[in-house]
Structures are given as structure tokens and as C-alpha cells.
Design a protein around this ligand. Structure first.
Ligand code: PLP
Length: 397
């Protein structure tokens, strides 16, 4: 029995079967490379799912975590810790506004945003508003309320009834948005680029309409940047592409480069609706994850990874289009969040073959491959990835 066979057999016996897994156990990573239990090397063009933005085992992040875990790992949020305070300050300066609440995941960051919007609406309008408008095709998490917010009815099925506060409208349909926002709406919750929805970009017109309608009707605009935030799309925040500013932003994936941290950042006047006891978490914003996040933000800045994401993303799209444009339907995306739409539902087969050939990508839809490499990925690695993929895609075309 190989080491992998052993891991798989024990996992299948002892772990819940919530993941449709591919037949690899990874043991090590560095930059945009991964190694499996047999020592085989892979190019990582998924980075978790847009998580490991500064690359696997980045020395600055490793050192920050090592130093913090050996100094202070945890105290209750009943007390101050410097890393948490510094991270909140840093995010304030990155956005130019706001106060942070730190959670442990993207779903939790969105839970915080939804609770805050409800509490704020009570303060702003005298009575709490419960309704939330979100987009079809969106993904906001797997807890009951973030699942309800997620605009993918197929994921709701087995878990009905879900909280009934959510109305879903087609992405980029301004008329539908206008009709859905009512006097009961506390928040409009949107992704500027739908990641799980297949890398679908919200138009600047749609985002501007959302901003205007929220202002007119007294709702907050929440942008879920869990997948898109911190340079992934070639800007610090994906909403910058549309030129709108939200009232609340949620972050997670890239913030800890793989350590579990989420953030809900709200403008002061919205954040002030929360008082002591309204929201809390045991682990959220602990010293180790906050030290990691501070190091991540340093690396993104010092290594110019936002600009690099924009440039490498353009390069990846151009190369995929040049080499495979004749057999695929479309290559789309922003920065290093890219999808290649196929002419048939061959994405799962292509992902499996690519993995066997040493390239990690993901089937974001039955007919679409997603690319989200670390932002530190090099031009030669982009070329190698396309080199590996071309014959596989042609074989399945
Ligand atoms: N929001 C978006 C846009 C996401 O892409 C995800 C995860 O893929 C989530 C929320 C949920 O994040 P988590 O899995 O950390 O709860």
C-alpha cells in the first residue's frame, strides 16, 4: 500500500464525505509549486481556491507565524492584543475607512455583515429591516444564512427551509435590482466578480445602480470580497474596477494565506450599530492569524503583487486565447481570477488529466476551468501551465 492509498483508505473511513476529492494527498508547497505524498511536483494554479496568494511557505509569513505562536497564541477577545489592533488599523488605511470585526472564515465574515446590516437598519429606520437582495449565481458560504444568501438553488435543496429574507436577481439586471430593493431591504449583498459562479464580472453600471439604489432606499451595500479581495483581480479590491465604494466589505481567503481568518469591515457609522455583546467569536482575530495577515499585507505591498496579478492575469488570458482560442468558447476574468469556458461539459475530465500531468486547476462549472494561481506566479510558470493544458483540452474538445 502506498502512503497515498493508506491516507485515502483511512480518510474514507473516518472523515465525513462532504468533499468530492481528487486522488492526491499534498504534503509540501513552495511558491506556486506543490508536492504530493509520492514526491511528485505540481504547478498550483488554484492556490487553495484563491487563498495562498503570496505563495506556499512564504518566508515572511512563516516567520511571522513562528514568532507569534511562540510568544502568545490565544487570549480571549475580552482583552486587547496588538496584532489584532494593528490589523484593524492596516485594513482601515487600505480601504480609507472603517472598523473591522475578525472572524474565522468567509461565511462568518458574511454572517457578521448580515447581522450588522440588520442592527444598523433598526438604528437608521426605527425598526429592523430583514430583507436582503443578492444575485443569482453568487456564493456567500455554507452556514444557514449565507447558504440562503447564495444564489444557487441547487445547493439549497436538501437544507430547506432556509432563512427566507433573501431575494435573488440576475447578475447585471438593473431593472430586477430596482424592483427587488424595497422599504424592507437592509442590505444588497454582491460579489464584484462571482468566483464560484464561474468568474462572472458585475458590470460597472450594475454596481453603480446598486450603490445609488442603496443610498436612495436606505440599505447598505455589502461587497463580498472573500475570493476577490487583496489583489486577486489586479486591484486591491474588485469593487475598484466598478468605481463604487461599499458600506461593508468582507474578506477571508487571501488574508491569512491559508490560516483561518475572515474580516467584516464597515464604515464607522454602520459599524457603530454594534455594541458589546452583539457579535463575538472565540478564535476570531487571534494573535497568530492576525500576525500572519499583517505579514501577508506587507508581502503584497513590498512585492507589488497587485500590479503583478494584473500583468500575469493579462498574460495568462492572452496565452490561453492564443493557444486554445480555436476550441474554447471564452476566456474571461480579471487579474489572476480567470475562467476558460469549454464547448462541452468536459471540465471535470480535464481537471483530472491536468492533475495527472502535474497541473492543479479546478472545474468551477461543468463546462468551465478556473485558474487562480498564487499572485507570485512567474511568466515561465504560466507558460508551463498552458503547455501542459493545451493537449489535454484539445483531446477533450
Ligand atoms: N464568499 C465567497 C465569494 C466565496 O468564494 C466563499 C468561498 O468560496 C465564501 C464566501 C465562503 O468562505 P468560507 O469557505 O471561508 O466560509
Amino acid at each position: 500500500m502506498t502512503a497515498f492509498d493508506d491516507i485515502r483508505a483511512r480518510d474514507e473511513r473516518y472523515h465525513m464525505r462532504t468533499y468530492g476529492r481528487l486522488p492526491v494527498a499534498f504534503v509540501r508547497g513552495e511558491g506556486a509549486l506543490l508536492w504530493d505524498s509520492a514526491g511528485k511536483e505540481y504547478l498550483d494554479f488554484l492556490s487553495g481556491i484563491a487563498v495562498v496568494s503570496v505563495g506556499h511557505s512564504h518566508p515572511a509569513v512563516v516567520e511571522a507565524v513562528r514568532a507569534q505562536v511562540g510568544t502568545l497564541t490565544h487570549v480571549s477577545n475580552l482583552f486587547y492584543t496588538e496584532p489584532q489592533t494593528l490589523l484593524a488599523e492596516r485594513l482601515h488605511h487600505l480601504l480609507g475607512w472603517g472598523r473591522s470585526f475578525f472572524a474565522n472564515s468567509g461565511a462568518e465574515a458574511n454572517e457578521c455583515a448580515l447581522k450588522l446590516a440588520r442592527k444598523w437598519s433598526a438604528k437608521a429606520h426605527g425598526t429592523p429591516r430583514s430583507a436582503v437582495v443578492a444575485a443569482l449565481g453568487s456564493f456567500h458560504g455554507r452556514t444557514f444564512s449565507t447558504l440562503a444568501a447564495t444564489g444557487q438553488p441547487a445547493k439549497h435543496g436538501p437544507f430547506m427551509p432556509l432563512p427566507a429574507w433573501f431575494a435573488h436577481i440576475p447578475l447585471n439586471d438593473i431593472d430586477a435590482l430596482e424592483a427587488a430593493i424595497t422599504d424592507e431591504t437592509s442590505a444588497v449583498l454582491l460579489e464584484a466578480v462571482q468566483g464560484e459562479g464561474g468568474v462572472r464580472v458585475a458590470t460597472p453600471e450594475f454596481m453603480a445602480a446598486a450603490r445609488k439604489l442603496c443610498d436612495e432606499r436606505g440599505a447598505v451595500l455589502v461587497i463580498d470580497e472573500v475570493q476577490t479581495g487583496l489583489g486577486r483581480t489586479g486591484r486591491w479590491f474588485a469593487f475598484e474596477h466598478a468605481g463604487v465604494e461599499p458600506d461593508i466589505v468582507t474578506l477571508a481567503k487571501a488574508l491569512g494565506n491559508g490560516l483561518p481568518i475572515g474580516a467584516c469591515i464597515a464604515r464607522d457609522e454602520v459599524a457603530d450599530a454594534f455594541g458589546p455583546g452583539d457579535h463575538a467569536t472565540t478564535f476570531g482575530g487571534g494573535p497568530v492569524v492576525c500576525a500572519a495577515a499583517l505579514a501577508v499585507l506587507d508581502v503584497i505591498e513590498k512585492e507589488g503583487l497587485v500590479q503583478r496579478s494584473a500583468a500575469m492575469g493579462e498574460h495568462l488570458v492572452a496565452l490561453l486565447t492564443e493557444r486554445l482560442g480555436d476550441v474554447v468558447v471564452e476566456v474571461r476574468g480579471l487579474g489572476l481570477l480567470v475562467a476558460m469556458e469549454l464547448a462541452s461539459d468536459a471540465a471535470a475530465a480535464i481537471v483530472t488529466d491536468a492533475l495527472a500531468a502535474g497541473l492543479v486547476v479546478n472545474n468551477v462549472a461543468p463546462n468551465a476551468i478556473r485558474f487562480a494561481p498564487p499572485l507570485v506566479v512567474g511568466k515561465d510558470e504560466v507558460a508551463r501551465a498552458v503547455e501542459i493544458l493545451e493537449p489535454i483540452v484539445r483531446r477533450h474538445a
